[in-house]
Design a protein around this ligand. Structure first.
Ligand code: ATP
Ligand code: MG
Length: 161
């Protein structure tokens, strides 16, 4: 499907915003311009759902969760950032591995299988994008992913030609 990423992303965030606790604040840092992407909407929804659930789950004391995206050459770059527990430097690259969970004690008390981000990586790579994380232990985590879009396919109004 070809979708306007701006409203697609908004709808997913809205769904979480309705049920989130008051300890967590959502901040949408969206650009003015329109970005259309050709994606499997069910799959990309599943990816974003897991990233947002993680941001909430691993922010037990609350804080801000920021959502943003920008166009970079031929890729749309999306970021979801939290002020939560963070991930030790040496483990950051492993969170996309199957069944990998940082700190077993923490993981056991929080529920989950450790598959969410492995599936996310598979799905984003199947779309021709990349996914990665930046994190500071005790400070928070930012997940980035990219999706290809073709700027030539848009007219001045940002509409699909
Ligand atoms: P599942 O998504 O399968 O229910 P999960 O959330 O544990 O389980 P992933 O989403 O794959 O699994 O994440 C893997 C691990 O990466 C998590 O167990 C957690 O240790 C760490 N992690 C992921 N996102 C964050 C985050 N925003 N902050 C801190 N740690 C995170
Ligand atoms: Mg998860």
């Amino acid at each position: 499907d070809i979708v306007l990423f701006n409203s697609f992303f908004n709808r997913i965030i809205d769904r979480f915003e309705m049920s989130k606790s008051d300890k967590v604040q959502f901040e949408r840092l969206f650009p003015e311009s329109s970005f259309y992407v050709e994606i499997d909407t069910d799959k990309v929804t599943q990816v974003i759902d897991n990233i947002i659930s993680n941001a909430i789950k691993y922010s037990p004391d609350g804080g801000n969760i920021r959502f943003g995206f920008t166009g970079q050459e031929d890729m749309l770059k999306v970021m979801i950032s939290d002020d939560g527990l963070g991930i030790p430097k040496e483990n950051v690259s492993r969170i996309f591995d199957r069944f990998y969970r940082v700190d077993r004690a923490r993981a056991r008390s929080m529920g989950g299988t450790g598959l969410g981000l492995a599936i996310a990586r598979e799905m984003i790579e199947a779309h021709g994008g990349k996914i990665w994380a930046e994190s500071e232990e005790g400070q928070g985590t930012t997940i980035f992913f990219t999706l290809p879009y073709d700027a030539d396919e848009f007219n001045e109004a940002g509409e699909w030609e």
